[in-house]
Design a protein around this ligand. Structure first.
Ligand SMILES: Cc1ncc(COP(=O)(O)O)c(C=O)c1O
Length: 355
């Protein structure tokens, strides 16, 4: 049934193996960021077998689905108070930046008779989660007094909000801060998690300070892509997820609506319509409830996306060499946010292609 997303698992595995080999050469463990997959156990299991040292997800629900997989699990979104009992039960470690949350994790871990690992986030300029250096020190001092918390390491996140790339400067800042903290608190952190897929080039060129011993990667593995600079990695496979939808109407119609115009369409938007005369328009069984239309790109580059409402996407197929008809399947490539929502939509079937 359509719409469906076809996932080329072997191409993703090839990417995984290639990146893992680079990580190994640089003494870096590779944490696979699984949030893109919603909770697809089959794909995650295959990637664990092919090199993931650990899995990271932003949603505790996904880690709960992976509870039987024999691998360390990290929650990479900062814990919400309401999730804490589940985090202690199902996550081995979590990323943190708030002392009150760490204290609540400690309390719940004591209740469940567990020791919970935390990775403290250091703010390096991208301005999403993380503490400035003075605050890291204040929190660390308190953390060492908490019996059910293990300070597992220090993490940083870049290229997510502020478009900041890893550089010699910020990586050296991370390295010198870690050394300062280790000396001040007489500890040796097990994990220094230095970034995500945007660190690919620095890692490949052995430019990361040697104290960094972990990277968390999603986009490089699943798309063969360096985020933030939007660069395809030449050695890797890129179009590993194809979205397929079926044509449910195909007609020649005027391109400009007629009748008395109101103020906005069903999405509250005002659209300016250009009169291009009569065009051949296909409607597919996919809509904005499933996917953001600017996240998808027709594989047939002669198709133009006209518009999407909740359940319909209208395509202009006038200029296509292929003669489309009702019932035909239209293929789309997607960016990260497209795959994220397609994998999450219960209306889009998931098909894993293994060849
Ligand atoms: C904390 C954290 N680490 C790592 C990643 C993975 O990023 P990327 O897919 O760019 O490798 C993300 C985003 O998904 C994240 O939020």
């Amino acid at each position: 049934m359509y719409p469906k997303i076809v996932i080329h698992l072997n191409s993703i595995i090839e990417n995984m193996k290639y990146i893992k080999a680079l990580c190994k050469r640089n003494n870096i463990t590779l944490s696979l960021v699984t949030k893109l997959l919603s909770d697809n156990k089959e794909i995650v299991s295959a990637l664990i077998q092919n090199g993931a040292d650990c899995i990271c997800d932003s949603r505790i629900e996904n880690l709960i689905s992976y509870k039987d997989l024999n691998v360390e699990k990290w929650l990479i979104r900062l814990p919400a108070f309401s999730e804490i009992p589940y985090i202690i039960k199902y996550a081995d470690a979590s990323f943190n930046s708030e002392l009150c949350t760490i204290e609540a994790l400690n309390k719940e871990a004591a209740k469940q008779g567990k020791k919970h690992k935390i990775i403290l986030m250091y703010e390096l300029g991208d301005l999403r989660e993380g503490c400035l250096k003075y605050e890291l020190k204040l929190i660390l001092r308190k953390c060492f007094e908490l019996k059910n918390i293990e300070v597992y390491g220090i993490g940083v996140n870049l290229s997510c909000y502020g478009e900041i790339m890893p550089s010699k400067d910020n990586m050296n800042d991370l390295a010198s801060t870690v050394i300062e903290l280790e000396n001040e608190f007489h500890v040796k952190f097990k994990v220094i998690s230095g970034g995500n897929s945007s660190s690919y080039h620095m890692m490949k060129n052995s430019e990361l300070p040697s104290i960094i011993n972990n990277l968390r990667m999603g986009e490089a593995v699943f798309f063969g892509r360096v985020p933030c600079i939007e660069e395809d990695i030449a050695e890797l496979n890129h179009h590993n997820f194809i979205l397929k939808a079926q044509i449910i109407e195909l007609k020649e119609k005027p391109s400009k609506p007629w009748g008395i115009s109101g103020m906005s369409n069903s999405f509250g938007e005002h659209v300016n319509f250009e009169d291009k005369g009569i065009r051949k328009r296909a409607i597919i069984n996919l809509g904005r409830q499933d996917i953001k239309i600017d996240a998808i790109k027709p594989v047939d580059d002669e198709i133009q996306i006209i518009y999407g409402s909740s359940d319909h996407i209208i395509l202009d197929v006038t200029d296509c060499k292929k003669f489309y008809k009702v019932g035909d399947i239209v293929d789309f490539n997607m960016n990260y946010s497209g795959v994220l929502s397609a994998m999450t939509s219960k209306y889009i079937k998931k098909e894993i292609e293994k060849i």
